[in-house]
Design a protein around this ligand. Structure first.
Ligand code: DSN
Length: 433
């Protein structure tokens, strides 16, 4: 799997060389360039096998024991296993493992708990929230009324750098707007999100509380972040980010909300579940319950810290002054005021470093341009990289962006990236198959 010519897809898809070629090229891209997108990871080959299995052939609308199609004896066992493993891993009373994505999981929760027009208090997209937290571009904002909280302003005090969730603002808005639901969770926020203050604020105004754990799910499963299960009324998550499973979502609740949540997922929002993905989720939940995964989660956080320190030494400003999770959110302006997130992302792509531009709090540039860059440590930690490699990567990012007009310098960075990735292949077990 290390180069397109060695691709096993040529054999597996012998009758479709066009798709085989593309799969081989993408496998090669993933293993020869650095994967630093904070929402991505490398699954195990067991997860790949389950998600590429014959379960994709089966229609299974409904839930175990209550299906609308015949022949679901095995599928029922698969989905029950996934639900049991999710509950065991997170200590939840009920799990719905059918959401095709985190966005669907959030939509289902809104549909289950709210009426159209009800008010939801959630994080601003440009301060780190998600599209489904009420972006005008998301269907969520056409159905429900969103009020947004953000992070505190930055300060010059290195001990209290600011840009952390402003709980005074959350409490004020909750008192004033009387939301029916308060949402915690983010896509671009490098700090631990403590569920307790949200619970207290929700209780003070009689609101329900949803914790969107899409990003930190693996860190929660690995015991390095506080668990919102049992604190929030509902927890949504994605299975493909820090949790390292297949692309998809899940919802955890108490038994009291099980029926209404299940009904909102199917038939409320989705049709037939993707049972091949459900099987792969079951595999991932088992993998995440091992001591090895706990060590992985600790290493993810240590690696993000080392990457952040190296980038700070290069002259970038870390939003909120550092990181406590798998993310590093960079403000590029201290490094070079002319450099936008868009250009930085494109330059780093040329240098074999994959990441995404991101707005930073109160970004003066539009979302398609941005002044920020978001990096994540989850994928390359899976590939085996440690803090030494992360420090090296920080230096490579600084060099590529400093010398972005020099094609030769970018080629040299790309070749060093290739050497580094060659020493940490994400799928060594597939090499030469
Ligand atoms: N867009 C995903 C992320 O990258 O965080 C979340 O949906």
């Amino acid at each position: 799997m290390s180069s397109p010519s060695a691709s096993p897809f040529d054999r597996w898809l012998a009758d479709d060389p066009e798709v085989a070629r593309l799969l081989g090229e993408e496998a090669a891209r993933q293993s020869t360039t650095l994967q630093l997108i904070a929402s991505e990871n490398f699954t195990s080959t067991a997860v790949l096998a389950a998600s590429g299995s014959v379960l994709t052939n089966k229609y299974a609308e409904g839930y175990p024991g209550r299906r609308y199609y015949g022949g679901n004896q095995v599928i029922d066992e698969v989905e029950d296993l996934a639900r049991r493993r999710a509950c065991g891993l997170f200590g939840a009373e009920h799990a719905n493992v059918q959401p095709h994505a985190g966005a669907n999981a959030n939509l289902a929760v809104y549909q289950a708990l709210l009426d159209p027009g009800d008010t939801i208090l959630a994080m601003r997209l440009d301060h780190g929230g998600h599209l489904t937290h009420g972006s005008p571009a998301s269907i969520t904002s056409s159905i429900w009324r969103f009020v947004s909280y953000g992070v505190s302003p930055p300060t010059d005090d290195p001990d209290k750098p600011g840009e952390i969730i402003d709980f005074d603002q959350v409490a004020d808005l909750a008192r004033r707007e009387r939301p029916k639901l308060i949402v915690a969770g983010s896509t671009a926020y490098a700090r631990i999100i403590d569920p307790m203050p949200f619970r207290e604020i929700a209780d003070s105004v009689g609101a329900r509380f949803l914790f969107d754990a899409a990003h930190p799910a693996g860190l929660i499963a690995g015991g390095v972040h506080p668990s919102p299960v049992g604190v929030a009324d509902v927890v949504t998550l994605t299975t493909h980010k820090t949790l390292r499973g297949p692309r998809g979502g899940a919802i955890l609740t108490g038994a009291d909300l099980a029926r209404v949540i299940d009904g909102a997922v199917f038939p409320g929002l989705q049709g037939g579940p993707l049972e091949h993905v459900v099987a792969a989720k079951a595999v991932a939940f088992a993998e995440a319950s091992t001591p090895r995964f706990r060590r992985y989660a600790e290493q993810v956080v240590a690696n993000a810290g080392a990457l952040g320190d190296a980038l700070a030494a290069e002259g970038f400003r870390l939003v909120s002054g550092g990181t406590e999770n798998h993310q590093v959110l960079l403000d590029l302006r201290t490094f070079d005021d002319e450099l936008t997130g868009k250009v930085a992302q494109e330059v780093l792509d040329l240098a074999g470093i994959t990441c995404n531009r991101n707005t930073i709090p109160d970004d003066p540039r539009p979302p398609f341009v941005t002044s920020g860059l978001r990096l994540g440590s989850a994928a390359e930690t899976t590939a085996g990289m440690g803090t030494d490699q992360m420090r090296l990567v920080g230096g490579l990012i600084g060099r590529a962006l400093r010398r972005r007009g020099d094609a030769g310098a970018l080629d040299r960075v790309r070749s060093e990236v290739g050497e580094l990735c060659g020493a940490f292949p994400p799928y060594p077990e597939l090499a030469g198959t």
